[in-house]
Design a protein around this ligand. Structure first.
Ligand SMILES: [Fe+2]
Ligand SMILES: [Fe+2]
Length: 288
């Protein structure tokens, strides 16, 4: 592609990125304190409880069937000590990022189906992470939730062009990724990466967003990139929600090897995903 054309496309997006809502100060602080080894459970809970709505939503998810505790988690301090720092960090992130997903809906792009795709990818990503004992299955979950966040940006801020993208993808039977490049000269992974950087998201999440369509290009954290890439393909194969794609790419050779996905391995993964999805009601139907 003409580098000048792409530069123009990027500048246009940069202008619009200014309008992007910032993550709440509370969430920004949560991310900061969980990466500090000296932070205690009570430090973290003090920060979250400043925001009542965030507290209520985090507790609702912590008590959902997804985590399956036999008793009720009554407060954030208890939630932090039972579920751990990373889980709480990710729940807080999920809750605040979900707001970005709920814009006006005038196109054939259904926010509910799209969110379901993202929840499916999140769950599948954490299953893959656990399978290979990746250091942060929680990070994989959140990266899965956020992987297509660039599409939300297009939908909300470049609505008209994005309608053309969806139409082109359907008519020509090409991937959304290719259609974006053709119509807008930029794709949702580039925009998603810009958003992640603007929000100062942890590096592993940025990688999941930026490299999920080309994990082989990732040099530092390519395991995370492969996790999200494979989880995305599996969810498309199983038609969990809808991401706008009618074209499903094959799982790469590297992905198959990394996660031992021969035919039997793939079936087993899909069955596990079915089971987990049934429990994930609270994530699919997030409160506004
Ligand atoms: Fe994508
Ligand atoms: Fe996706």
């Amino acid at each position: 592609m003409d580098p000048k054309e792409q530069e123009e496309a990027i500048n246009k997006i940069l202008g619009k990125l200014k309008a992007l809502p910032t993550l709440s100060i509370v969430v920004a602080k949560v991310i900061q304190v969980v990466s500090n080894p000296l932070t205690s459970a009570s430090d973290l809970s003090r920060i979250i409880t400043v925001d009542q709505a965030l507290t209520a939503k985090v507790l609702r998810l912590a008590n959902s069937a997804f985590y399956g505790f036999p008793f009720r988690i009554k407060n954030i301090t208890q939630a932090v000590s039972i579920l751990g720092f990373d889980t709480i960090r990710n729940l807080a992130l999920t809750v605040s990022v979900y707001k970005v997903f709920t814009g006006e809906n005038e196109s054939d792009f259904s926010h509910q189906d799209f969110w379901k795709h993202c929840v499916g990818v999140a769950i599948c990503a954490s299953l893959l992470a656990k399978k290979i004992k990746y250091r942060s299955p929680e990070g994989a979950f959140t990266a899965g939730l956020l992987h297509d966040i660039g599409k939300n940006f297009f939908e909300q801020f470049m609505h008209k062009e994005y309608r053309d993208v969806m139409k082109l993808a359907k008519e020509r039977n090409i991937s959304v990724y290719e259609a974006e490049m053709e119509v807008m000269k930029i794709d949702h992974t580039i925009v998603g990466k810009m958003m992640a950087e603007k929000w100062n998201l942890p590096h592993e999440l940025t990688v999941g967003i930026a490299s999920h369509h080309h994990p082989e290009q990732e040099t530092q954290e390519n395991v995370m990139a492969h996790i999200i890439n494979v989880a995305d393909i599996i969810c498309k194969k199983k038609a969990i929600g809808f991401s706008g794609d009618y074209v499903i790419m094959p799982i790469s050779k590297e992905g198959r090897e990394l996660f031992s996905l021969n035919e039997a391995g793939e079936t087993e993964l899909m069955n596990d995903l079915d089971k987990e999805l049934k429990e994930a009601e609270a994530f699919v139907n997030m409160p506004q």
